[in-house]
Design a protein. Structure first.
Length: 255
């Protein structure tokens, strides 16, 4: 799917006339010949991200504009996986985990420092998934969900966390490829995407944490968050469960 080139901690993913959909800092839909993964230095705090990406891209000798994802992880830890019509490229670090304990579980200890209002990229998991199929608009959007699900499942198994505070997903398809309406897990695109994200993510984590272990809890991490609040939950149908007869009466009256 992608011709990849890495220079000066910038990875260009090149494929002419590609449709992209990004959840990154300048996200949304676009059409471009390339996308980028950039490693930012420790302490990076440039507020004009668009200009920063442009300068880094051009300094590395890449002229093509396109969507970009940023991370504190070096590009030497980026890994790619290919299966059928899909390829995934992943960078991964979990120094700023985002924990989501279930209601009946004891939540992990809150971290001593909060990243609220601060930009933290040291633990970002960036996932890029591309397919040679021409996906329908809904299929391309759904591929974001498929990739995020595979990322969360893999991270839970490998680290105990479903994600970090700054994860992003970038998906792509070839407008001139074979048409595919759907991208769910039962489709060729969705199934391959799940496997590619899982395998590339495992490899990226293994590379990043060769000489050290990822944090075992949010409290041990340098940064992180715990979502331990409880939301108010009620039935959609007026707060009370309706019997079969009541539902039929309501449907007949149109109210």
């Amino acid at each position: 799917m992608f011709a990849t080139t890495v220079r000066d901690e910038v990875c260009r993913l090149y494929r002419p006339d590609t449709r992209w959909l990004s959840t990154g800092y300048d996200g949304g839909e676009s059409r471009a010949d390339a996308a980028y993964l950039l490693s930012v230095p420790e302490g990076w705090d440039d507020v004009d991200v668009t200009d920063y990406v442009r300068r880094r891209r051009r300094r590395a000798g890449f002229e093509e504009a396109g969507p970009a994802l940023l991370t504190g992880v070096s590009m030497r830890h980026a890994h790619r996986a290919h299966l059928g019509p899909v390829e995934a490229v992943v960078t991964a670090g979990v120094n700023n985990p985002a924990a989501l304990p279930m209601p009946d579980e004891a939540g992990p200890e809150r971290p001593s420092r909060s990243p609220d209002g601060e930009r933290r990229h040291a633990g970002t998991v960036n996932v890029v998934v591309g397919t040679t199929r021409a996906l329908a608009p809904g299929g391309l959007a759904n591929l974001v969900a498929v990739a995020a699900e595979a990322k969360a499942t893999t991270l839970l198994a490998e680290t105990g966390f479903p994600g970090t505070t700054s994860d992003a997903v970038l998906v792509a398809c070839d407008p001139g490829g074979e048409t595919a309406q759907f991208s769910g897990s039962a489709t060729a695109v969705g199934s391959a995407a799940r496997a590619c994200v899982r395998d590339a993510l495992c490899a990226a984590l293994g590379s990043r944490y060769t000489d050290e272990e990822p944090p075992e809890s949010v409290a041990e991490a340098e940064y992180g968050v715990v979502t331990d609040e409880s939301a108010r939950v009620e039935r959609v149908a007026g707060g009370e469960s309706l019997s079969t007869g009541e539902r039929e009466t309501t449907d007949a009256s149109g109210e």
